[in-house]
Design a protein around this ligand. Structure first.
Ligand code: SF4
Length: 356
């Protein structure tokens, strides 16, 4: 697998990934169409970095994450993962048995810490389960020691390990989820909206814990989110999805301050600000998000794009590296000068995540 620009190896490389869901109708369940949930997505993640995958709801970001975990089978495309052994495997076609072994290297953190912890199991059982089931650590004393270490790592007191999930706050429960995800020493963590169910006051604490763990354990994160304040706080690079396609990917600051895709510009402009007079001067995203079962021709964003020209409705633009490490799919990316997030929007994002 390739070396990345920052000299860290690429740990995950997704090439032309597609996931179509058939639309079936009638008594015989005849296939009458396809929902193109993920429609030719390509991106990479360097070892030790955080890539944010963002977009409006229904844009395909969660389906992309589910393909990487093989929670769903991709329709086509490659998902190349660099294993700890140095071998590269294609997750998209990996047999189920091999995928089971790989699951210790790739872990998931769910959105909702309330739903993802079994209320009838205590913390020792929850965090120790992967050690017992997958690592076959049958010695209870050894398991207790490892659970103790993991709880300390996520900032929880080990003496709480006999307690049950209901005794913990939302932030503490997400720490338990993270401890369980770390049990098998993963290298890639797919975090699907990991703080969106938490109070704003504890979101920054959990994000800072994730950053701290990343530094300590050289973790790589694929961070699926729709909250631009959260993404700005934690991600090194960001990939923006629109109707199943990736439209822009860049280092976080470049994407926020110098976007090259009109959709990204519109997302930045849609960040609320405290002063309503300023908000009224901003671009609003007009029109509905198109359906992935019947997307528009050419560039999928053209019906909503204020910069659209004739070619936009006819030809789909390819994702192209316009500046170093800055990829965009727009026919006019070279000529447009777009506006990034302004000071009021940025102040709002900072305040939302509890930064000054
Ligand atoms: Fe807008 Fe055309 Fe660029 Fe699509 S290709 S984002 S319609 S300018």
């Amino acid at each position: 697998m390739a070396e990345s620009n920052n000299n860290k190896p690429v740990i995950l490389e997704v090439n032309n990934l597609k996931k179509y869901f058939p639309i079936k109708k009638g008594f015989f369940k005849r296939v009458v169409g396809q929902v193109r949930a993920v429609d030719g997505v390509s991106f990479f993640i360097n070892e030790g970095e955080t890539l944010g995958l963002v977009g409006e709801s229904g844009c395909g970001k969660t389906t992309t994450a589910r393909c990487i975990l093989r929670a769903v089978d991709p329709t086509s495309g490659e998902i190349r993962f660099l294993k700890a052994s140095g071998e590269t495997v294609d997750i998209a076609t990996l047999p189920e048995e091999d995928m089971r072994h790989l699951r210790s290297e790739i872990q998931l953190i769910f959105q909702d810490p309330y739903a993802s912890l079994n209320p009838r199991h205590n913390i020792f059982d929850i965090v120790g389960e992967p050690l017992f089931v997958i690592q076959q650590m049958t010695d209870r004393g050894e398991r207790t020691e490892r659970v103790r270490e993991l709880l300390q790592l996520v900032g929880l007191r080990p003496e709480y390990m006999q307690r049950f999930p209901h005794a913990f706050s939302g932030g503490q429960r997400q720490r338990i989820v993270i401890a369980r995800a770390l049990a098998l020493n993963p290298r890639l963590i797919v975090a699907d909206e990991p703080v969106s169910a938490l109070d704003v006051s504890v979101q920054a604490q959990v994000l800072n814990l994730m950053l701290d763990l990343q530094r300590k354990l050289n973790l790589t994160y694929l961070f699926v989110a729709h909250d631009l304040s959260v993404v700005k706080h934690i991600c090194d690079r960001v990939a923006v999805m629109y109707v199943g396609k990736l439209v822009e990917m860049a280092p976080t600051d470049d994407l926020y301050y110098e976007p090259l895709h009109p959709y990204t510009e519109a997302l930045m402009a849609a960040v609320p600000v405290a002063d309503p007079r300023i908000r009224s001067a901003m671009i609003e995203l007009e029109g509905d998000v198109p359906s992935p079962s019947n997307p528009p021709s050419g560039c999928y964003f053209h019906p909503r794009c204020q910069y659209a020209i004739d070619i936009c409705a006819q030809e789909a633009p390819a994702l192209t590296e316009i500046k170093p490490d800055h990829f965009v799919s727009c026919h006019r990316a070279q000529e447009l000068t777009l506006t990034g997030i302004g000071e009021p929007g940025e102040a709002y994002l900072r305040s939302k995540i509890g930064e000054r």
